[in-house]
Structures are given as C-alpha cells and as structure tokens.
Design a protein around this ligand. Structure first.
Ligand SMILES: Cc1ncc(COP(=O)(O)O)c(C=O)c1O
Length: 412
C-alpha cells in the first residue's frame, strides 16, 4: 500500500497501464497486431483475413521464402542442432558464424565483421565499447532509435564521452557540429560521425560523399547504419555507399541487419577494421553476455548474400518495382517523398488517421502499415509502403488500385 492513497503499488500500476491503453484505444492510436499464418512473401496469409498483398515487410529482395535460403536453414538445423546454447566466447562460436562474417566482410570490402542477434544489439555494442572519455559522437537528428539509445548508453557509462546532433542531412549543420567539437577542450579523443544510410521513416539517403569529406577534413570516423540500404542500394546491393559510387572501405564502421533484405530471419552485424572488431569481441557487453546468432539464421543469411552476389538483377527488379509503385501512388493523388530507396512514405499527419487508412487498405486486400507517434514525431504520421523484388506487376497494380479507392474516400 502507498501511505497516501491506500492503493497497493500493484493496483496503482495496473490502473495506470489500463488508463494509458484505454486512451490509445479511444483516440484510435491502438496498434493491433496481425498474425501471419504462412511464409513472408509478395502476399501473406493473415489470420481472419486470408491472403493479402504485403507492402510492409522489409523483405526487399524476396529472399525470406527463397528455396535456397530455406534449405540452408534446414541443413543447418540438421547439422548443428536447434541452438548454440552459449555466448560466442564461451562455446558458442560455430563454423557458420565464421563463414557468415567472412562473407559479410568480403561483401562490404572491409577487414572484418562480427554477427549479433540483431542490428540493435550490434549498435548497442558499438559506441559503449569503442568510445572512450574525450570522444564525441555526432549524429543525424533522424537516426534510428538504436543509434540514439547506443549513444545514450555510452554517455551514461562513460561520462567523459560527449554527444551532439546535426540537422537532418544538413552538411552545414554537421560542419558546425564538427567545428564546435574541434574547439571543445573536453574533446581530446576520437570524433565519430554517425548516420543511417537509408532513413527508415523518410526513405531518403545520407549524403555520404559529403559526410566522408567532412570527416576527412576534421579527422573524424564515419559510421553508417545501412539496415534499409543493404541489398537495396547500389548496382549490386552493397548499400548506400555503393549508390554513391564509394568503395566499401570509405566507411569506417557499418552496422546493418540480416532481418530485412538478407533473408529476414533476424540478426545483425558490425563491420569495419580488424582492430575495431577484435575490441568488440574482447569487450562489448553484447558479445560477452548474450547468446550467439542462431546457426540456422547464420546459414540462411550467408546463402542470401551469396544469392545477392550471384543475382544482382534482383536489385534491378526492386528498383524498377519501386519506381512503378511510386509513380502509380502519385498518379492516384498521394504525395510520396522522392528517393531512390524502396520506402514510399505518404505523410498524413495524424496517427489515428494513418491507422484508419492502413485498416481500410487491409480491408481492400493490401497490407500497408500506418506509423504514428512514438515511432515518428507527433503530427507526422504516415503510411509507409515498402516495395519488394518479390512483387509482380499484379501486386503493384493492386496496391495502386487500392490507393486510388482510398484517395477517393478520404477526399469525400
Ligand atoms: C535503420 C535501422 N537500424 C536498425 C534496425 C534494427 O534492426 P534489427 O531488427 O536487426 O535489430 C532497424 C529496424 O527496424 C532499422 O530500421
């Protein structure tokens, strides 16, 4: 019991949580999870709804249900069993981890890579391990939540690490932040500049060549999270650096996910210099205190990268599909932010409106998710259509037709 109210602390929590949930429901902001009853593909089977065209997964290359990617996972489970049952440094490093990490390093043309159970975990390992007192991390204001949280964690653990933010993709703002860092007597160590490669909510891309030049000018390291760029950007899907015509080694550290274009199972990685990766292996809490990436996923992801290297035409198809969908959505009267990525955001403003529009699209047979606060800032809620190489013209036309119907309904 709390002395003031006579209500038990448990009841206090239950009431508070209940009120919050009721408020979300009343205001149309409650998320309802859809349950999928089959594989992730161009269409998915939803419980209670049947087959719908899927435009909200990150299955950019259509590899999540590719027969070779599936088979690689099946063979892994037969050869290595169901789980690693261990942290990597204890007895959890299996052959497929080494193989996958070599493949990733080769794919990105960097010295080394290390896998994690997610990109979130990889990012959480990065700054708290590699930064030291006297360092500063300078971040794009729209960077993914995992970067923000890794920076917060780092500066909480290491009080002498500083952080700064620059306006989204604003090179002048980044330059000012770098200049300020150089003039700060407390910044005696390394300057880190970090950006998403592809910004997941806007679908735009980082200005990597300019950021690289700035980093060179100020002696800073450049880190990118290319979770939505890997497998999507550049002629061969190497990522946002390739889109800009930059070699892999132009970026000091990459984080990315295996949970999107590269098979979509789960998992992530950190890639860059051998020394950086060695330090991660020795000292990062997510390498020392949490389990290894499941071997089935390591094998499936490795196969996915092999397929991508063998079939760069998948990236081309994704690009063509995206251009077709983007134009079609525009033609029916919605504004879609322009970009070379596979993310088509349609800003609608209000969270409840975005959710209602998403529900209506689902009734019409296409699965396009609506995002609102706290995923994006208040007042910038949006529908986000994500395109895949798995989509055929019939799926894209269905999306466009349903968007046309929606457009007429919201206009009346
Ligand atoms: C830009 C970005 N970084 C990181 C992540 C997290 O990836 P993972 O699911 O592998 O932790 C996401 C996923 O939503 C993302 O969009």
């Amino acid at each position: 019991m709390t002395r003031a109210t006579g209500i038990s602390r448990g009841d206090n929590f239950t009431n508070r949580a209940g009120e919050k949930l009721a408020h979300l429901k009343e205001t149309g902001q409650l998320k309802v999870l859809q349950t999928i009853e089959g594989p992730m593909d161009a269409t998915v089977r939803l419980r209670g709804r049947g087959e719908v065209a899927c435009f909200c997964s990150n299955n950019y290359l259509g590899l999540a249900n590719h027969p070779e990617v599936r088979q690689a996972g099946i063979e892994a489970i037969e050869r290595y069993g169901a789980g690693t049952a261990s942290v990597r440094f204890i007895c959890g490093t299996f052959e497929p981890h080494e193989r996958l990490e070599k493949t990733i390093a080769r794919f990105l043309e960097v010295e080394a890579a290390y896998s994690f159970v997610s990109c979130w975990t990889a990012t959480e390992a990065l700054f708290p391990t590699l930064c030291e007192d006297g360092d500063i991390i300078i971040s794009d204001e729209l960077n993914h939540a995992c970067i923000i949280d890794s920076m917060r964690l780092c500066t909480t653990i290491k009080k002498g690490v500083r952080r700064a933010v620059f306006s989204h993709s604003d090179i002048d703002s980044a330059r000012r932040a770098l200049r300020k860092a150089c003039d700060d007597p407390n910044v005696t160590g390394t300057i880190w500049v970090v950006t998403d490669g592809v910004f997941s909510m806007e679908g735009d891309i980082a200005r990597l060549p300019e950021l690289r030049s700035l980093c060179d000018e100020f002696g800073a390291l450049l880190v990118i999270d290319d979770s939505h760029g890997t497998g999507v950007m550049g002629e061969t899907g190497r990522g946002t650096h390739e889109h800009h015509g930059m070699p892999g080694a132009a970026i000091d550290f990459y984080t990315s996910t295996l949970g999107k274009a590269l098979g979509g199972g789960a998992g992530g990685y950190l890639a860059g210099s051998r020394r950086g990766i060695d330090l991660i292996l020795q000292r990062a809490r997510p390498t020392l205190f949490t389990n290894a990436l499941p071997v089935t996923i390591a094998c499936s992801a490795n196969k996915a990268i092999e397929i991508l290297m063998r079939e760069p035409q998948r990236v081309r198809k994704l690009r063509e599909n995206t251009a077709y969908a983007r134009q079609g959505i525009r033609d029916v009267g919605f504004e879609v932010l322009d970009s070379p990525t596979a993310i088509c955001p349609i800003i609608v403003g209000d969270t409840a409106k975005a959710i209602a529009m998403s529900n209506r699209l689902l009734d019409l047979g296409v699965f396009v998710i609506g995002f609102g606060y706290p995923v994006v800032p208040e007042g910038t809620a949006r529908l986000r259509a994500q395109i895949s190489a798995a989509h055929e013209i019939e799926h894209l036309d269905k999306l466009i037709d349903c968007m046309r119907t929606l457009r007429k309904e919201v206009a009346t």
